[in-house]
Write a new protein. Structure first.
Length: 339
């Protein structure tokens, strides 16, 4: 039966491309990182939280069936001993892939016990993720499928918000914009409020904010403002599966960074779209909640069990899964030990 053959991976084996099983393998990795990082929620020590999540993510990544290279890692910020840019991960066989990691997006949220910290992993075919190393920040606009075709980062804020309201069939007063709470956004926030739209500040974690903006029923319609470039690429991998759009423009902080970008051949006026940030249409995104948030519930601990909630998406099929898991404490001790 021809139809059945198309559905059956066994009858059409190709080990050169990442396949659908990879999605579920990735969840195991973000679960481990979230549990390890979650063990540090509320202790005020973001470095140790991050270190624990990095270690767990690194260990689990090597059990995944792929030949990965970390293109978005921990390496840019500090000389991290693990998950640095260029590091090989995976079991070394199988498809060649680009890997983007953020063991904790929201280390401060984790340390302080605030909402919306996530553990995140994105994978795409090798050589298809944008190299974010030249410019740390990016101006972003993210919204869901309904308004994806009507927004343009080059337009004034008020025009984009009017267009989004129209596309969503809402009054502009019913539009909520997620914005990182930073002094650099003072003007942006003023412009948003002048239209009548509402601002929902987040302290950190614009990957969670962006995905909430792109997904229905989260109470957030759009994300605007300047956040990390790496987080923009990770977001693009998720958007490829959920639909919607991310538009980004690199936002150098000074002349040195501007020059570095020009030297790297980048056009600072270009509006980078979802397809520019990840050119592959075969990409994967997995995230597990560390603290409770708009998108996911955080890690919960009881005497014998740890429960996690994750989201995993695959762009080729457009499948979005919410995965609830229960882990037995004694079997996870290896990753949760506070050493
Ligand atoms: C955001 C946010 C991150 O960095 O990208 C932000 O998603 C941007 O940098 O959680 P600033 O904090 O300097 O504004 C984080 O807050 C940390 O990675
Ligand atoms: Mg991080
Ligand atoms: Mg981050």
């Amino acid at each position: 039966n021809q139809d059945f053959a198309e559905l059956s991976p066994r009858l059409n084996v190709s080990d050169s491309e990442p396949d659908r099983n990879l999605a579920l393998e990735l969840v195991r990795v973000t679960e481990a990182a979230a549990i390890a990082g979650g063990n540090w929620v509320g202790y005020g020590d973001k470095n140790r939280a991050d270190g624990a999540a990095v270690d767990a993510m690194r260990a689990l990544l090597d059990t995944v069936h792929f030949n990965g290279v970390v293109v978005i890692g921990e390496g840019e910020k500090d000389e991290a001993p693990m998950l640095f840019n260029g590091e090989r991960v995976g079991d070394g066989s199988g498809p060649v892939v680009d890997v983007a990691v953020d063991p904790i997006d929201g280390t401060r949220l984790t340390a302080m016990g605030y909402n919306n910290a996530l553990s995140v992993l994105a994978v795409a075919e090798g050589g298809t993720m944008f190299d974010p190393s030249a410019v740390f920040y990016m101006d972003k606009l993210v919204t869901g499928p309904e308004a994806a075709d009507v927004v343009d980062l080059r337009l004034p804020v008020k025009d984009n918000l009017r267009r989004i309201a129209k596309a969503l069939n809402k009054d502009i007063q019913q539009v909520t914009v997620c914005v990182l709470d930073r002094p650099r956004h003072e003007t942006l926030v003023k412009e948003i409020r002048e239209t009548g739209a509402r601002v929902r500040f987040i302290m950190d974690g614009d990957v969670a904010g962006a995905i909430a903006a792109a997904r229905p029923g989260t109470g957030v319609d759009v994300l605007m403002g300047i956040g990390g470039t790496p987080e923009g690429i990770v977001t693009a991998c998720a958007i490829k599966a959920t639909g919607g759009v991310i538009q980004g423009r690199l936002a150098p902080v000074d002349d040195d960074e501007r020059q570095a970008a020009i030297d790297a051949g980048l056009d600072l006026d270009q509006v980078l779209t979802t397809d520019d940030l990840v050119t592959s249409d075969n990409c994967y995104f997995a995230a597990t909640g560390i603290t409770d948030g708009d998108l996911l519930r955080g890690v919960r601990y009881s005497k014998d069990h740890i429960s996690t909630q994750s989201i995993v998406m695959r762009s080729k099929s457009g499948t979005v899964r919410i995965v609830e898991a229960e882990h037995q404490v004694d079997k996870w001790r290896h990753y949760t030990e506070k050493t």
